[in-house]
Write a protein that binds this ligand. Structure first.
Ligand code: COI
Length: 355
């Protein structure tokens, strides 16, 4: 499919942030966006055009029943080169999410091609300062105007770009995590393994309550027993028990993170023991008391690696790594950024240049 191009005249392009590291995550957008429409049988009308409001019927199905999915990716600049990190995994996951939400899939090659064309159009928006990147948000929503509860026959897919610094206002400092034993995020058989917009809406109440008591994110437990660790607000979670580095298995309610997968590989490279197994919250709390839990960290595209400095569980705070960043957490953060931005050799073939 051809991509039509409608560019913002140079003189009308937006000012770029002078200090991207100070900009709140995801609040500034580049000059252009990509979009295409699904008309019931095929994707059509692929365009790169000025970033701007969507025209949507107030009856569009996404607004009523939440039929919408998205992805999160980043582009890094190294001089003239712009690099993506494992983008094929995002397009694969987008299609898994689409299938779960009864939405049309996208040809992954065209998905990547259209993303690259958009990034090339807005290449000046890819920041270079260490700690910054261009966050990429591919999104698909149901647009058919209809109030009956059923899958839409029409969809809009679009990509927007946002130059970003750290996801958390703490930067890379340890974050405080509230373990929710009241609300749950997902249950096996539900939509937790898809990047469905409603999953994030469902997380807001617990997240808001956690922020009110000084915690930045919620750690979700399983929905049935409220015993097994699942994931953190916007990240997958890892716990280091001595040399075993554990994350919960992808058993249907957890998002299959690209960074999660990369961490499992790097941990093995470091000679530690990566393990995907169930972790009970009791094992973590006991391990914090006994000293067996050395570090806890979250990981995700937006956050990259986020050290956890304390947990709040059943009305009590627990310090993790004395509130400091653990040694493995620090190493993973530095290595991942260095690989993503092309400073460290990419021995796994993860980095894809935009060309
Ligand atoms: C990402 O890490 O890219 C995510 O999608 C999390 C997000 C909701 C900020």
């Amino acid at each position: 499919m051809n991509i039509d191009i409608d560019l913002v005249p140079k003189a009308q392009r937006k000012e770029k942030p002078t200090d991207v590291l100070q900009v709140a995550f995801g609040t500034v957008f580049s000059d252009h966006m990509f979009s295409m429409r699904y008309n019931g049988s095929e994707w059509t009308d692929a365009r790169i055009h000025p970033y701007g409001p969507l025209s949507l019927s107030p009856a569009a199905l996404c607004l009523h029943y939440g039929q919408g999915i998205f992805e999160g990716m980043k582009a890094y600049r190294r001089g003239e080169r712009i690099l993506l990190f494992r983008p094929e995994m995002n397009f694969k996951r987008l299609n898994v999410s689409a299938t779960r939400m009864v939405m049309p899939t996208i040809d992954p090659d065209f998905g990547l091609h259209s993303l690259m064309e958009l990034i090339k159009t807005d290449s000046e928006w890819v920041p270079e300062v260490p700690g910054s990147s261009l966050y990429i948000r591919p999104t698909m929503i149901a647009t058919e105007p209809k109030l009956g509860v059923r899958p839409s026959s029409e969809y809009l897919y679009y990509i927007i770009l946002s130059p970003v610094g750290p996801y958390f206002k703490e930067g890379f400092s340890p974050v405080k995590i509230y373990v929710s034993d009241k609300y749950v995020r997902a249950v096996k058989g539900g939509t937790g393994a898809a990047k469905a917009i409603g999953n994030y809406a469902a997380s807001l109440l617990a997240g808001t309550n956690a922020v009110k008591v000084g915690y930045s994110q919620v750690l979700w437990l399983d929905a049935l027993e409220r015993k097994w660790i699942e994931e953190v607000g916007t990240m997958n979670l890892f716990v280091r028990f001595d040399d075993e580095v554990v994350t919960p298995p992808l058993a249907g309610s957890i998002l299959p993170g690209v960074t999660r997968d990369s961490v499992l590989t790097l941990v093995k490279d470091y000679g530690l023991k990566p393990n995907e197994r169930m972790i009970s919250i009791d094992e973590v709390i006991e391990g914090l008391s006994s000293g067996k839990v050395k570090e806890i960290f979250g990981c995700g595209t937006a956050a990259i690696i986020a050290p956890v400095g304390s947990l709040w569980y059943k009305d009590k705070p627990y310090a993790v790594s004395n509130g400091q960043t653990g040694e493995l957490t620090q190493r993973l953060f530095e290595d991942l950024i260095a690989i993503q931005s092309g400073e460290l050799e990419d021995t796994h073939g993860w980095v894809v240049p935009v060309e």
